[in-house]
Design a protein around this ligand. Structure first.
Ligand SMILES: [Fe+2]
Length: 232
């Protein structure tokens, strides 16, 4: 008997390979190293250096990265198209972008981005093997374990790595690879296992609001031109 399996309500994660000029790429890598300066990592031992915790969180505003950011914005619009958003009914805001540099044995712990709606990561390095540290996206739940927690115990009962019961998905970095995913999705970066390699990427956070024109729908924030900071 062959069952037809209907895989319902999937989360959409997008990847696209952006062509990067090798000279531009070398320049960007050098710039990011310069921005890191003497720092080796974030305060917690073993954690990669991330620009957002070190004052470098508006990379897209720097002339050198404007073109790159523009291509990420274009990809973000394509992502929104792909999951059914009507371009005329939303405004897309790039609110934050920052480098992440991971030396040997450094990682980024599991987290999500509650400040944003859509997140993206552009890789500037990597061999495609994942040795420098996979990006790991964590499944928000495992609907096919039938009851939450059934697959937690050691020794079964669900086959390890079964595609309909995965609790994570890994992506190997390589230069120019861009990944886009919902900001609510937990993710982490596995340790850089190559003592010779520097893992380098740029993260981007987008927020959706209503367009500046017209009345905003109930569940979408009005466009920030209408916001007023409320101070005492
Ligand atoms: Fe992140």
């Amino acid at each position: 008997m062959t069952l037809k399996l209907h895989q319902l309500f999937p989360s959409a994660v997008a990847t696209v390979q952006l062509p990067l000029d090798p000279l531009d790429l070398a320049g960007h890598l050098q710039t990011l190293l310069n921005l890191r300066g003497e720092a080796e990592g974030n305060p917690s031992p073993g954690c990669a250096w991330t620009g957002d915790l070190n004052g470098i969180w508006q990379l897209h505003q720097r002339a050198e990265f404007r073109d790159l950011a523009g291509r990420v914005v274009e990809a973000a619009w394509h992502y929104l198209d792909a999951v059914g958003f009507d371009r005329t009914r939303v405004a897309l805001h790039l609110q934050r972008s920052w480098p992440v540099l991971s030396d040997w044995d450094q990682l980024v712990g599991r987290h999500h981005h509650p400040n944003a709606h859509l997140s993206a990561v552009l890789y500037l390095s990597g061999t495609g093997s994942g040795e420098e540290g996979m990006l790991r996206l964590h499944a928000p739940l495992r609907p096919n374990e039938l009851v939450p927690g059934l697959a937690v115990g050691h020794g079964g009962p669900i086959a390890d790595g079964h595609p309909l019961n995965a609790d994570h998905w890994d992506l190997a970095p390589q230069p120019g690879l861009l990944v886009l995913f919902p900001s609510r999705m937990d993710h982490s970066v596995l340790p850089n296992a190559d003592p010779e390699a520097l893992r380098s990427s740029i993260s981007f956070d987008f927020v959706l609001t209503a367009p500046a024109e017209g009345d905003p729908p109930e569940y979408l924030s009005p466009h920030p031109v209408f916001w007023r900071e409320s101070k005492l």
